[in-house]
Design a protein around this ligand. Sequence first.
Ligand code: HEM
Length: 275
Amino acid sequence: MASSSPRTLLLLVLAVAVVVSDAQSQLSETFYDATCPQAASIVQQKVNAFVDADRGLAAALMRLHFHDCFVRGCDGSVLLNSTDTMLTEKEALLNKGSLRGFEQIDEIKMELECACPDNFTQLVARFARVGLDARDMVILSGGHSIGQVHCGAFFERLYNFQGLNITDPSMDPEFAAILKVQCPQTKPFGFMALDATNGTFDSAYYLDLLTNKGLLESDVALLSDPLGVEYAIRAVQDPMAFLNEFGWAMIKMGAIPALEPYGWRRHCAFVEPKY
Ligand code: HEM
C-alpha cells in the first residue's frame, strides 16, 4: 500500500525534519498536530506523485536528508539559498549540481503553507497553551508599541524573503528602503524601534500593521486573520479602548499559573530554603 511504502516514510521523515520547535530548537514529530493535522497526508500524497513520476527521486531525497543531518544537525540548512554574504551548503562544491529534490521540497512546502496558512494559527496555539485566546494574543501583541528589536530579527523579510533573495513584497517599499539604510545586511545587531511612536505606549503599532509597516513576522501575521484586522482597525479608531483592553490582557497574562511555583523569596534571585 502506498501509505506504508519506504519512500513515503522517508519523505515524511524528511519533511518533519525541517520543522524545528522554536522553544528548544528540537525537532518535533508533533509540531503540526494542532496547527496543521493534515500536514503528513499532504506530504505523503505529494511525495508519492513525485516519486511515481521520477523513481530516482526517492534516492535523491534520502541523500539530501543525509547531507542535511551531517552538517550542523538536521536543521533544513541544506535547503537554504546562498545570499550575497553567505554561501550555503546547497552551493558547496560537492553538492552543487549533485544534490537534487529542492524544487520538489519547495513545492510540497508551498502546498503546506496554502493548506495551513500559518503563523497566525501557530501563534494562537502557543497562547492557547497558557490559557490565552486569539483576542488576548492580538491585544498583547500591542506590547510592541514600545521597545526595540534587533535588525537581524527581520533580516529575512528584508533581504531574503522565503529564501528568494527579495524583500517581503507585502512590506511598504518606502518603509523597506528606510529599514535597509538603518539595518544594512552587515549589521544584524543594530536596533530599530518596534513602532513609529516608539517612546509612547499607544495604538500606533496597529496603524503600522495596517499600513504594511510591521517589522516582525509575528506582527504581520496578525493581519492574516479577520480577527486581527478588525482589532487593529478598532485600536486605531479607539486608542483609549486599546489601552484599557491591553491592561486587562496584561492582568490575564500575569495570572498564568506557575508550573513549579518557587514561592515567596527574600531576594528574587534565590529560592528560600525549605526547612
Ligand atoms: C506574539 C508573540 C511574540 C513574539 C513572536 C515576539 C517577538 C519579539 C521579538 C523578536 C522582539 C525583539 C527582540 C530583540 O530583537 O532583541 C520582541 C521585543 C519586545 N516584545 Fe515581543 N513578541 C511577542 C509577544 C509579546 C508580548 C505579548 C509582549 C507584551 C505584552 C511583548 C513585548 C515586547 C517588548 C516590550 C519588546 C521590546 C523589548 C525591549 O526593547 O527591550 N512581546 N518581541
